[in-house]
Design a binder for this molecule. Structure first.
Ligand code: ACO
Ligand code: KIV
Length: 511
């Protein structure tokens, strides 16, 4: 294999599952393993077979299913754990025993209660035992980043001599800093006399948010296997995120000059599948795969994107398996983005019309967190395609509740003249309609009233449709607003305006 090729060792099913609340059942694990195979990872760490019968069976089932990747089982440095791991993976196409032992003074003294010499012997013995089953043995020096470098180098030399073909250097508690971690890998590659007989790997935790940075630093220093998880799930703050490491290598080929077998278009589908399985949404601001990773809201960015997408995107959404960039229309958007969205929707507005819709968008965005396509369409209908109004709403205030008589107080513009009134009704909508009719001096009959939440959530914009009839003429009116009572008033006025227009046209028919 070329020296520029990085092996991806995915441990979502093992370390990822150690993330509280991320437990998966057997069919879910098999489904995810198949997806990891499609993604092109080189090694799947399927579990810790000695942990439970369920883990053993899941690792075994995955080993028997997956054909394209190696399947690893993690085990402590004891014959019993190693045998258990081997039994679970031995039927697979390419099984790997992954055994580990801590090498830091802290872990050796307090956790293992062993001297460095005992740990050295135990590590060597474990690898010697494991290679009786397979030559594909990986050894991890747990808490390597807090270990004495010379002692660590000694352990690494001994386990390579015992037959380990992959040496993993974990930053178990996410303590390392990128420069330091890169230097550690370089030190081991240079100082361990038989380092050329093994692939050096890293496994970085994210306690200080440096999992990906440390992994990349290690790859630059010569490590050629990255142990990662989808979306960075894992023990405590998680592990280095697979998708972030992969895309950093891809986007910054100029820096790393490394290749992988990962099909990047499978990154989003893989993280999404994981999210569905563990019932945990991908955070919106998650690098590479979050919902906002390819969403642009501010006007200056949207304008830049419309002129040249590389102004604000360093990779394409398609490259990670998403359908496209999203221009989020909201309070930070500008006219260029609005115009482009309107054109996509088939509306070609002149500058004055665009300005009207733009101002309405800003007003709506001040009240409503997310503006949906339906909101934009409602704004166009409201601002552009409605007939000139005889009656206009200036303001409306409604009081209602189970301890008050529903009252509507409003100011309307009737043929350019402002009129105001307050009156009662059976409910708030009735009070509004009743008062509007009185102010306008009309007496229509309400035939139909319907409310439709045109976007989801409690901040949805509501669209009200009414049908009214007066003196044989009927009309439909629509109004949209996040406040359903205001939307009702707008709809009612819209219908009244249409009836008035019809009546006007009867008296003075168009030529
Ligand atoms: C950094 C990591 O992510 S390491 C992997 C973490 N994953 C897991 O722990 C998998 C789930 N674990 C389990 O199900 C259980 O811990 C088991 C089945 C593995 C072991 O359970 P128990 O036998 O009850 O032991 P327990 O977990 O309480 O303690 C761990 C023992 O293993 C020892 N140990 C820890 N690491 C190693 C190692 N790499 N090699 C050998 N022994 C080890 C500890 O010193 C302790 O030994 P002691 O009982 O003599 O004090
Ligand atoms: C056992 C090793 C690989 C590990 O998970 C760690 O050190 O974090």
């Amino acid at each position: 294999m070329s020296n520029s090729r990085v092996l991806f060792f995915d441990t979502t099913l093992r370390d990822g599952e150690q993330s509280p609340g991320a437990t998966m059942n057997m069919p879910e694990k098999i489904r995810l393993a198949r997806q990891l195979e499609s993604l092109g990872v080189d090694i799947i760490e399927a579990g810790f077979p000695a942990a439970s019968q369920g883990d053993f069976e899941a690792v075994q089932a995955i080993s028997r299913t997956v054909k394209e990747c190696q399947v690893a089982g993690l085990c402590r440095a004891t014959p019993a754990d190693i045998d258990r791991a081997w039994d679970s993976i031995k039927d697979g196409a390419n099984p790997r025993i992954h055994t580990f032992l801590a090498t830091s003074p802290l872990h050796m003294e307090y956790k293992l209660r062993k001297t460095p010499d005992q740990v050295l012997e135990m590590a060597e013995a474990a690898v010697r035992y494991a290679v009786k089953h397979t030559s594909n043995v990986e050894f991890s020096a747990e808490d390597a980043s807090r270990s004495d470098w010379d002692f660590l180098a000694k352990v690494v030399e001994r386990v390579i001599a015992a037959g380990a073909r992959t040496i993993n250097i974990p930053d178990t508690v996410g303590y390392a800093q990128p420069d330091e971690f890169g230097a550690l890998i370089r030190h081991l590659l240079e100082k361990v006399p038989n380092s050329d007989q093994a692939v050096f790997s890293v496994h970085c935790h994210n306690d200080l948010g440096l999992g990906v940075a440390n992994t990349l630093a290690a790859l630059r220093a010569g490590a050629r296997q990255a142990e990662v998880t989808l979306s960075g799930i894992g023990e405590r703050a998680g592990n280095a995120a697979l998708e972030e490491v992969v895309m950093a290598l891809n986007v910054r080929k100029d820096v790393y000059n490394l290749t992988t077998n990962i099909k990047t278009e499978q990154l989003f589908p893989s993280c999404r599948l994981l999210s569905l399985i563990i019932g945990r949404p991908i955070p919106a601001n998650k690098a590479v795969v979050g919902d906002n990773a390819f969403a642009h809201e501010s006007g200056i960015h949207q304008d830049g994107m419309l002129k040249h997408r590389s102004t604000y995107e360093i990779m394409t959404p398609q490259s990670i398996g998403r359908s496209g960039t999203e221009m989020v229309l909201g309070k930070h958007s500008g006219r260029h983005a609005l115009k482009s969205r309107l054109e996509e929707l088939g509306y070609r507005l002149d500058e004055a019309q665009l300005d009207l819709v733009f101002q309405a968008l800003k007003r709506l965005a001040d009240k409503k967190e997310q503006i949906a396509t339906e909101d934009i369409e409602a704004l166009v209908l409201e601002e552009i395609y409605r007939i000139p109004d005889k009656y206009k709403l200036v303001y409306l205030s409604v009081m209602s509740g189970n301890m008050a008589i529903p009252t509507a107080a409003m100011k309307l513009e009737v043929d350019g003249e402002e009129k105001q009134l307050a009156d009662f009704g059976v409910g708030p909508v009735d009070a509004v309609f009743h008062t509007i009719a009185k102010v306008c001096g009309r007496n229509p009959k309400l035939l139909q009233f319907s409310v439709n939440a045109i976007t989801g959530g409690t901040d949805a914009q509501g669209e009200v449709t009414v049908r009214i009839e007066e003196n044989g003429a009927s009309a439909v009116g629509r109004g949209a607003d996040p406040d359903i009572i205001v939307a009702s008033a707008k709809a009612y006025l819209n219908a009244l305006n249409r009836i008035a227009k019809k009546q006007e046209e009867k008296i003075c028919p168009r030529p």
